[in-house]
Write a protein that binds this ligand. Structure first.
Ligand SMILES: [Zn+2]
Ligand SMILES: [Zn+2]
Length: 89
């Protein structure tokens, strides 16, 4: 069992997998935080309309889900970060 990087409690991978279900291509193995520390917001990705993962340190909801972020890195060669550059209204 791996400890959560954020709160140091043991990660319950079953719970975390359940929580990560809306995210494409991601499983508990891709995360080093527990279900309590991983915040998922449904339908928030501007690219695919899927769920996004909010890092615990982040105060804003990301515009990209992890899958679309890595797609963008692959396509453009640079990391767009979690939010798009233009201000959305
Ligand atoms: Zn935690
Ligand atoms: Zn997406």
């Amino acid at each position: 069992m791996k400890p959560c990087h954020s709160c140091q409690s043991v990660i319950d991978e079953y719970l975390l997998d359940k929580q990560l279900e809306p995210l494409r291509e991601l499983t508990a193995d891709d995360f080093n935080v527990c279900a309590d520390c991983a915040t998922i917001v449904a339908d928030a990705c501007v690219e695919c309309g899927g769920a996004v993962y909010v890092p615990r340190s982040g105060s804003v909801t990301p515009d990209y889900c992890p899958a679309c972020r890595s797609d963008l890195i692959d396509r453009t060669g640079h990391d767009p970060g979690w939010t798009c550059s233009h201000v959305s209204g």
